[in-house]
Ligand binder design. Structure first.
Ligand code: FES
Length: 137
């Protein structure tokens, strides 16, 4: 695995997502309230684009007729057949032990760490033998 710079942090606001390609793989990066997570964009069911899905909450029920929601925006629902995946882990809601979207490590790193100095300006040779058009304005 090699590192790929996705975007400045500000380009993926909380609740946002960004689809990127790295080493030939489509990967969707999510921002959950300042924490970043990356999943393979290809749904493990039939290949739907998880980036195109809607986010939802965890919905649980202790008994018929009652339910409660938690973790708003942390579940992504595939747009093709509505399978749901935990954005934090990639695990599917229907069979979390066997079915999951592949997850990739994400980090936030300072730009100075990604591009090491010292910084040198590119230089070009200049000659004074040629003629130049000069304007006065
Ligand atoms: S392709 Fe994603 S649920 Fe079917």
């Amino acid at each position: 695995m090699s590192k790929h710079i996705v975007a400045p942090v500000e380009a993926i606001p909380p609740g946002g997502r960004k689809l990127v390609e790295a080493n030939g793989r489509a990967i969707v990066v999510f921002n959950l309230n300042g924490e970043f997570f990356a999943l393979n964009n290809r749904c493990p069911h039939r290949g739907g684009s998880l980036c195109q899905g809607v986010t939802t909450s965890v919905v649980e029920s202790a008994e018929p007729g009652e339910y409660r929601t938690s973790r708003p925006g942390e579940i992504i629902r595939c747009p093709w057949h509505s399978w749901e995946f935990d954005i934090r882990t990639g695990r599917s809601w229907c069979d979390p032990q066997r079915l999951r979207a592949r997850q990739y490590p994400v980090s936030v790193e300072p730009g100075a760490k990604l591009v090491e100095g010292p910084y040198k300006a590119e230089t070009f040779p200049v000659t004074v033998e040629n003629d130049y058009v000069v304007i006065e304005a």
